[in-house]
Design a binder for this molecule. Sequence first.
Ligand SMILES: [Zn+2]
Length: 296
Amino acid sequence: MKCRIINNNKIELLNTCAFDTLVQLFACATTDSIQFGNYIFDDNKSGLFYELLRCITKNGVTNKVYDLRTNILYHIFPHDELLRSIVRVGCHCDIREIMINKVLNDVIMADEIHRCSNDQCQRIMKKVPVKCIPYSSRSEDFGDLQVHIDDLIKPSSTLCAGFNNCEGIWTIETVLKSHVLIEVSNIPEDKLFYKDAKIGEENLLDVSEAVFGDVVCSLESIPIKITIMNEHFILRGAAVFIGNRSAARTGIGHYVAVALRNDGHWEDYDDFKHKPVSIPKSTECGVQILLYTRET
Ligand SMILES: [Zn+2]
């Protein structure tokens, strides 16, 4: 691939697989879901990632796509200035932390609305953007995914009391948009430590990130449908990691997107390969991200 030019420098990108995987995951969903496609192509949406998705689903991988990709990555990762105006940008990173937090700034899945029921209340309403839902599996499957999501998304309310004598109800409510992105990790039970050796969630001590692994399972064991507040979401694919899984957050490896297409078969999008490859649903993968789109 040709170098792209920014500020008269030739930009050379290295290790772009985490970024390309995220793009591919969203691009397949944009193509396969009419509803999500309309959402991405909505004229009011601005941002380089939206523009990249629109370009790639309309015209495939063109020079414009390479320019947009370079532009996004150039502004996220540190540069190495080499000779003759060549700038090297190393894009190796953890897809869960860096990519979601830095690339998906505009591509949020929900707003969390914090507000008081009392119109006269002085407490300021807050709107917090949500980019993804964290999910930690304690076993090697997604058995409690739906329960976990229900628990995380359910509205909560407390008395606003104490704030300038307000007697209203302070609620936190999640308002979903068009997709749900789930950040997956696996914390094996033997890596959990409890305060004073007592059992129970409430005694759980913070888990160091080094023990986070992936959920390694077959593609067919990922739930195809989840329901959130009576809305249905369909699985579109996963970002999977190939490499040292014992400490995946720091390990060196390779990211690949696997997409569940509309006809029910799985495709593997690996930038080491020239074109997507059909893979059996029994394929075992180290899952790090799941993407679902809203279907009504
Ligand atoms: Zn209040």
